[in-house]
Design a protein. Structure first.
Length: 280
């Protein structure tokens, strides 16, 4: 692989584009309008400039990364990419529509990958002309910092495509693990019940938000407590993933607590709105 296409230049898409460009790949990012392209590329440049200030990134390396990046609003500009990584809104119909539009634009051997955190890879792949060349590549936020990537095989994903995906992730200086094509994959399958249990514990009066967070960070060595993590991930994202997992498994462990639902309805989504379990 030499040229990478990224669909979406939000927080995840821009992070994936950055690590691809840092690894020497020519990277083309597609967004629906130019303002979103500019915002995404600006986010990358800001991240790199902060690295220069801290002495973590040289000005030469920053310039090389930016030179490897280009933005577009045209699907046709992805015609020569070797892999397309989709990082748009977490909605199955929107993703399927995007891949269907791409099918007739890119090369026959181009690999399709989705950065979904919860949706079925096999279902996404089934609406394309290349289900054998389709897989999941689930990066974690913030992408330039987090080392893990879950590689998800759909039922039709070929062995060659899977091996390409594993090798590609390793080339980004990331750690790939193989995850099943089931809601939550590995990390969220374990993480979501933990986060939901923390909310239930708070609802039942086990402790304050601050004490529960401190108990898990200081007592268990977690980098951050569950409520700090919920605010970082986004309460709407957690609620959405939990609902998908509950629909699949019908296990009470994945059922959203009433408080989570009400906070999402109130628009208290965490850091991105300035209010979640904490104020920002």
């Amino acid at each position: 692989m030499q040229t990478i296409g990224i669909l979406g230049c939000g927080l995840m898409g821009s992070g994936i584009a950055q690590v691809c460009a840092q690894s020497g790949y020519r990277t083309v990012v597609r967004e629906v309008d130019q303002s979103l392209v500019d915002q995404g590329l600006g986010r990358i440049k800001k991240f790199l400039n902060e690295g220069v200030k801290r002495g973590k990134v040289s000005t030469e390396d920053r310039d090389k990364v930016m030179a490897n990046l280009s933005g577009t609003t045209q699907m046709a500009d992805l015609s020569e990419v070797d892999i397309v990584i989709e990082a748009i809104v977490e909605n199955l119909e929107a993703k399927q529509k995007m891949f269907a539009a791409l099918d007739g634009v890119v090369k026959d051997d181009t690999v399709f990958a989705s950065n979904t955190s919860s949706l079925c890879i096999t279902e996404m792949a089934s609406t394309t002309k290349r289900p054998d060349r389709f897989l999941g590549l689930h990066f974690f936020s913030p992408v330039p910092v987090m080392k893990l990537v879950e590689v998800i095989r759909g039922l039709a994903t070929s062995e060659d495509t899977y091996n390409q995906g594993m090798a590609f992730v390793a080339s980004l200086d990331k750690e790939p693990i193989t995850a099943p094509d089931r809601p939550g994959f590995i990390v969220n399958r374990l993480l979501i019940p933990y986060l939901l249990d923390a909310i239930r514990a708070y609802e039942s009066g086990v402790g304050t938000i601050e004490d529960i967070d401190q108990g898990m960070s200081v007592g268990c060595g977690h980098p951050m407590g569950p409520f700090t993590l919920l605010d970082f991930v986004g309460l709407d994202t957690t609620y959405y993933i939990a609902n998908i997992m509950y629909e699949e498994f019908r296990d009470p462990a994945y059922a959203s607590p009433p408080l989570l639902k009400r906070m999402v309805l109130a628009g208290q989504l965490g850091r991105k709105t300035g209010q979640g379990f904490y104020k920002y």
